[in-house]
Design a protein around this ligand. Structure first.
Ligand SMILES: NC(=O)c1ccc[n+]([C@@H]2O[C@H](COP(=O)([O-])OP(=O)(O)OC[C@H]3O[C@@H](n4cnc5c(N)ncnc54)[C@H](O)[C@@H]3O)[C@@H](O)[C@H]2O)c1
Length: 251
Protein backbone atom coordinates (compact mmCIF):
# COMPACT_ATOMS: atom_id res chain seq x y z
CA UNK A 1 0.00 0.00 0.00
CA UNK A 2 1.34 3.43 -0.91
CA UNK A 3 1.12 5.40 2.31
CA UNK A 4 1.33 8.70 0.45
CA UNK A 5 4.24 9.99 2.52
CA UNK A 6 6.63 10.55 -0.38
CA UNK A 7 6.12 14.32 -0.73
CA UNK A 8 5.70 14.98 2.98
CA UNK A 9 7.72 17.23 5.28
CA UNK A 10 7.84 15.64 8.73
CA UNK A 11 8.92 16.95 12.14
CA UNK A 12 9.53 14.43 14.94
CA UNK A 13 10.29 15.70 18.45
CA UNK A 14 12.31 13.56 20.85
CA UNK A 15 13.79 11.89 17.78
CA UNK A 16 17.26 11.63 19.27
CA UNK A 17 16.47 8.38 21.07
CA UNK A 18 14.15 5.42 21.47
CA UNK A 19 10.67 5.55 19.97
CA UNK A 20 11.15 8.98 18.36
CA UNK A 21 14.33 7.84 16.62
CA UNK A 22 12.54 4.80 15.18
CA UNK A 23 9.66 6.98 13.99
CA UNK A 24 12.13 9.27 12.17
CA UNK A 25 13.90 6.26 10.60
CA UNK A 26 10.60 4.74 9.48
CA UNK A 27 9.45 8.05 7.98
CA UNK A 28 12.67 8.14 5.93
CA UNK A 29 12.14 4.51 4.92
CA UNK A 30 8.58 5.30 3.82
CA UNK A 31 9.93 7.95 1.45
CA UNK A 32 9.18 11.22 3.26
CA UNK A 33 10.59 14.18 1.37
CA UNK A 34 12.19 15.66 4.50
CA UNK A 35 12.41 14.43 8.10
CA UNK A 36 13.42 16.97 10.73
CA UNK A 37 14.90 15.19 13.74
CA UNK A 38 14.33 17.47 16.73
CA UNK A 39 15.65 16.90 20.22
CA UNK A 40 17.07 18.67 23.24
CA UNK A 41 19.92 16.19 22.95
CA UNK A 42 21.81 17.37 19.86
CA UNK A 43 24.22 14.44 19.85
CA UNK A 44 21.30 12.00 19.89
CA UNK A 45 19.61 13.85 17.04
CA UNK A 46 22.85 13.80 15.01
CA UNK A 47 23.11 10.05 15.60
CA UNK A 48 19.56 9.53 14.32
CA UNK A 49 20.42 11.50 11.18
CA UNK A 50 23.58 9.40 10.70
CA UNK A 51 21.48 6.23 10.99
CA UNK A 52 18.88 7.64 8.59
CA UNK A 53 21.61 8.52 6.07
CA UNK A 54 22.61 4.84 5.98
CA UNK A 55 19.38 4.39 4.00
CA UNK A 56 21.08 6.51 1.33
CA UNK A 57 18.42 9.18 0.87
CA UNK A 58 19.94 12.12 2.77
CA UNK A 59 16.57 13.62 3.69
CA UNK A 60 16.97 13.82 7.48
CA UNK A 61 18.28 16.90 9.28
CA UNK A 62 18.89 17.48 12.98
CA UNK A 63 17.73 20.49 14.94
CA UNK A 64 18.01 21.38 18.62
CA UNK A 65 14.55 21.83 20.13
CA UNK A 66 13.48 22.22 23.72
CA UNK A 67 9.75 21.50 23.54
CA UNK A 68 9.15 23.30 26.85
CA UNK A 69 9.75 26.61 25.04
CA UNK A 70 6.99 27.90 22.75
CA UNK A 71 9.44 30.39 21.23
CA UNK A 72 11.83 27.55 20.37
CA UNK A 73 9.01 25.42 18.91
CA UNK A 74 7.82 28.37 16.84
CA UNK A 75 11.27 29.17 15.50
CA UNK A 76 11.88 25.52 14.49
CA UNK A 77 8.54 25.39 12.66
CA UNK A 78 9.19 28.79 11.02
CA UNK A 79 12.59 27.51 9.87
CA UNK A 80 10.97 24.44 8.31
CA UNK A 81 8.37 26.57 6.61
CA UNK A 82 11.02 28.97 5.28
CA UNK A 83 13.12 26.12 3.90
CA UNK A 84 10.47 23.70 2.64
CA UNK A 85 7.36 25.87 2.30
CA UNK A 86 5.20 23.50 4.36
CA UNK A 87 4.91 21.15 7.32
CA UNK A 88 2.77 18.06 6.72
CA UNK A 89 3.37 15.86 9.76
CA UNK A 90 4.22 16.60 13.38
CA UNK A 91 4.94 13.74 15.77
CA UNK A 92 5.13 14.90 19.38
CA UNK A 93 7.30 12.19 20.92
CA UNK A 94 9.61 14.09 23.30
CA UNK A 95 9.03 12.90 26.83
CA UNK A 96 10.72 12.57 30.20
CA UNK A 97 9.64 11.23 33.55
CA UNK A 98 10.60 10.56 37.13
CA UNK A 99 9.58 7.43 39.00
CA UNK A 100 8.53 8.10 42.57
CA UNK A 101 5.56 8.01 44.89
CA UNK A 102 3.44 11.14 44.55
CA UNK A 103 3.73 11.66 48.30
CA UNK A 104 7.53 11.67 47.98
CA UNK A 105 7.66 13.89 44.90
CA UNK A 106 8.35 17.62 44.90
CA UNK A 107 6.84 20.58 43.03
CA UNK A 108 9.99 20.62 40.91
CA UNK A 109 9.22 17.01 39.78
CA UNK A 110 5.63 17.97 38.92
CA UNK A 111 6.67 21.03 36.90
CA UNK A 112 9.31 19.02 35.03
CA UNK A 113 6.89 16.31 33.88
CA UNK A 114 4.03 18.67 33.06
CA UNK A 115 6.37 20.99 31.13
CA UNK A 116 7.94 18.32 28.96
CA UNK A 117 5.03 15.89 28.50
CA UNK A 118 2.03 18.24 28.33
CA UNK A 119 3.27 21.78 27.66
CA UNK A 120 5.73 20.37 25.11
CA UNK A 121 2.85 18.91 23.10
CA UNK A 122 0.82 22.11 23.44
CA UNK A 123 3.77 24.30 22.34
CA UNK A 124 4.68 22.23 19.28
CA UNK A 125 1.06 21.67 18.25
CA UNK A 126 0.28 25.39 18.36
CA UNK A 127 3.40 26.17 16.34
CA UNK A 128 2.57 23.51 13.71
CA UNK A 129 -1.05 24.52 13.28
CA UNK A 130 -0.28 27.80 11.48
CA UNK A 131 1.36 26.20 8.43
CA UNK A 132 -1.00 23.20 8.50
CA UNK A 133 -4.15 25.33 8.51
CA UNK A 134 -2.72 27.70 5.88
CA UNK A 135 -1.86 24.81 3.53
CA UNK A 136 -5.23 23.11 4.09
CA UNK A 137 -4.27 20.11 6.17
CA UNK A 138 -1.76 18.06 8.10
CA UNK A 139 -1.34 15.18 10.51
CA UNK A 140 -0.34 15.42 14.15
CA UNK A 141 0.40 12.27 16.14
CA UNK A 142 0.92 12.66 19.86
CA UNK A 143 2.73 10.03 21.88
CA UNK A 144 0.79 9.72 25.11
CA UNK A 145 1.00 6.57 27.26
CA UNK A 146 -1.15 3.85 28.74
CA UNK A 147 -0.24 5.63 31.99
CA UNK A 148 -2.51 8.43 30.82
CA UNK A 149 -5.40 6.01 30.28
CA UNK A 150 -5.30 3.93 33.45
CA UNK A 151 -2.74 5.61 35.75
CA UNK A 152 0.68 4.16 36.54
CA UNK A 153 1.94 3.43 40.05
CA UNK A 154 4.82 5.77 40.99
CA UNK A 155 4.08 7.98 37.97
CA UNK A 156 1.18 10.12 39.17
CA UNK A 157 2.01 13.46 37.58
CA UNK A 158 3.36 11.83 34.40
CA UNK A 159 0.05 9.92 34.16
CA UNK A 160 -1.82 13.21 34.57
CA UNK A 161 0.29 14.90 31.91
CA UNK A 162 -0.25 12.03 29.46
CA UNK A 163 -4.01 12.02 30.17
CA UNK A 164 -3.89 15.76 29.47
CA UNK A 165 -2.34 15.05 26.07
CA UNK A 166 -5.31 12.81 25.20
CA UNK A 167 -7.95 15.38 26.23
CA UNK A 168 -6.05 18.19 24.53
CA UNK A 169 -5.74 16.20 21.30
CA UNK A 170 -9.47 15.42 21.20
CA UNK A 171 -10.41 19.06 21.75
CA UNK A 172 -8.00 20.32 19.09
CA UNK A 173 -9.24 17.60 16.70
CA UNK A 174 -12.75 19.05 17.01
CA UNK A 175 -11.45 22.56 16.37
CA UNK A 176 -9.19 21.96 13.35
CA UNK A 177 -10.89 19.06 11.55
CA UNK A 178 -12.61 21.49 9.22
CA UNK A 179 -9.15 22.68 8.13
CA UNK A 180 -8.09 19.16 7.22
CA UNK A 181 -5.81 18.76 10.23
CA UNK A 182 -5.95 15.33 11.93
CA UNK A 183 -4.70 14.83 15.48
CA UNK A 184 -4.52 11.41 17.12
CA UNK A 185 -2.79 9.82 20.11
CA UNK A 186 -0.75 6.66 20.41
CA UNK A 187 -0.31 5.15 23.86
CA UNK A 188 2.66 2.83 24.20
CA UNK A 189 2.87 0.38 27.03
CA UNK A 190 6.24 -0.60 28.40
CA UNK A 191 8.63 -0.32 25.46
CA UNK A 192 12.33 -1.14 25.55
CA UNK A 193 14.25 2.12 24.90
CA UNK A 194 17.18 4.02 26.43
CA UNK A 195 14.52 5.86 28.44
CA UNK A 196 13.40 2.66 30.16
CA UNK A 197 16.87 1.14 30.54
CA UNK A 198 17.61 -0.04 34.04
CA UNK A 199 14.72 -2.41 34.62
CA UNK A 200 15.84 -5.87 35.68
CA UNK A 201 15.12 -8.83 33.42
CA UNK A 202 12.91 -10.22 36.17
CA UNK A 203 10.76 -7.08 36.24
CA UNK A 204 10.56 -7.03 32.44
CA UNK A 205 9.38 -10.65 32.51
CA UNK A 206 6.73 -9.74 35.10
CA UNK A 207 5.48 -6.88 32.93
CA UNK A 208 5.40 -9.13 29.85
CA UNK A 209 3.33 -11.66 31.77
CA UNK A 210 0.69 -9.03 32.49
CA UNK A 211 0.26 -8.31 28.75
CA UNK A 212 -2.13 -10.59 26.82
CA UNK A 213 0.44 -10.89 24.00
CA UNK A 214 3.03 -11.87 26.66
CA UNK A 215 5.82 -9.58 25.42
CA UNK A 216 6.99 -6.07 26.00
CA UNK A 217 7.16 -3.60 23.15
CA UNK A 218 10.03 -2.44 20.98
CA UNK A 219 10.16 0.98 19.29
CA UNK A 220 9.10 -0.38 15.89
CA UNK A 221 5.84 -1.68 17.40
CA UNK A 222 4.94 1.95 18.10
CA UNK A 223 6.53 3.61 15.07
CA UNK A 224 4.59 1.51 12.57
CA UNK A 225 1.31 2.71 14.10
CA UNK A 226 2.51 6.31 14.10
CA UNK A 227 3.49 6.07 10.42
CA UNK A 228 0.01 4.75 9.60
CA UNK A 229 -1.73 7.57 11.50
CA UNK A 230 0.47 10.11 9.69
CA UNK A 231 -0.32 8.58 6.31
CA UNK A 232 -3.13 8.75 3.76
CA UNK A 233 -4.34 5.45 5.24
CA UNK A 234 -5.72 7.45 8.16
CA UNK A 235 -7.76 9.73 5.90
CA UNK A 236 -10.92 9.51 8.04
CA UNK A 237 -9.41 9.18 11.52
CA UNK A 238 -9.04 12.02 14.01
CA UNK A 239 -9.37 12.51 17.77
CA UNK A 240 -8.61 8.84 18.44
CA UNK A 241 -6.43 7.18 21.04
CA UNK A 242 -4.77 3.86 20.30
CA UNK A 243 -2.88 1.72 22.80
CA UNK A 244 0.15 -0.21 21.55
CA UNK A 245 0.80 -2.43 24.52
CA UNK A 246 0.12 -6.04 23.65
CA UNK A 247 -3.50 -5.72 24.77
CA UNK A 248 -2.64 -4.47 28.28
CA UNK A 249 -5.18 -1.64 28.05
CA UNK A 250 -8.47 -2.30 26.27
CA UNK A 251 -10.82 0.68 26.19
N1 LIG B 1 9.38 3.58 26.57
C1 LIG B 1 8.20 3.38 27.17
O1 LIG B 1 7.97 2.36 27.87
C2 LIG B 1 7.10 4.38 26.99
C3 LIG B 1 5.80 4.03 27.41
C4 LIG B 1 4.77 4.94 27.24
C5 LIG B 1 5.02 6.18 26.66
N2 LIG B 1 6.28 6.50 26.27
C6 LIG B 1 6.50 7.81 25.68
O2 LIG B 1 7.19 7.66 24.45
C7 LIG B 1 8.00 8.82 24.22
C8 LIG B 1 9.43 8.37 23.91
O3 LIG B 1 9.94 7.66 25.02
P1 LIG B 1 11.27 6.78 24.93
O4 LIG B 1 11.06 5.58 25.78
O5 LIG B 1 11.67 6.63 23.52
O6 LIG B 1 12.27 7.72 25.72
P2 LIG B 1 13.79 8.15 25.45
O7 LIG B 1 14.27 8.72 26.73
O8 LIG B 1 14.56 7.02 24.84
O9 LIG B 1 13.62 9.32 24.37
C9 LIG B 1 13.01 10.53 24.71
C10 LIG B 1 13.67 11.66 23.95
O10 LIG B 1 12.99 12.88 24.30
C11 LIG B 1 13.98 13.89 24.41
N3 LIG B 1 13.54 15.00 25.26
C12 LIG B 1 13.36 15.02 26.59
N4 LIG B 1 13.00 16.25 27.01
C13 LIG B 1 12.95 17.03 25.89
C14 LIG B 1 12.66 18.40 25.66
N5 LIG B 1 12.36 19.24 26.67
N6 LIG B 1 12.69 18.85 24.39
C15 LIG B 1 13.01 18.03 23.37
N7 LIG B 1 13.33 16.74 23.53
C16 LIG B 1 13.31 16.25 24.77
C17 LIG B 1 15.18 13.18 25.04
O11 LIG B 1 16.39 13.93 24.84
C18 LIG B 1 15.16 11.85 24.31
O12 LIG B 1 15.95 11.89 23.14
C19 LIG B 1 7.86 9.69 25.45
O13 LIG B 1 6.89 10.69 25.22
C20 LIG B 1 7.38 8.72 26.50
O14 LIG B 1 6.66 9.37 27.52
C21 LIG B 1 7.33 5.63 26.42
Amino acid sequence: MDLGLSDKVVLVTGAGSGIGRQIALDMVAEGAARVVVADLNEAGAAQTVAQADEQGRGVATAVRLDVTSFENANSVVSGIQAEHGRLDVLVNCAGAWRVNLFTDSKPEDWAFEINVCLMGVINCTRAALDPMIAQGGGKIVNISSDAGRIGEFRQAVYSGAKAGVIGFSKAVAREVGKSGVHINCVCPGYTKTPGTAGLTEELEARIAKSYPLRKIGVPSDVSRVVVFLASDGASHITGQTLSVSGGYVMV
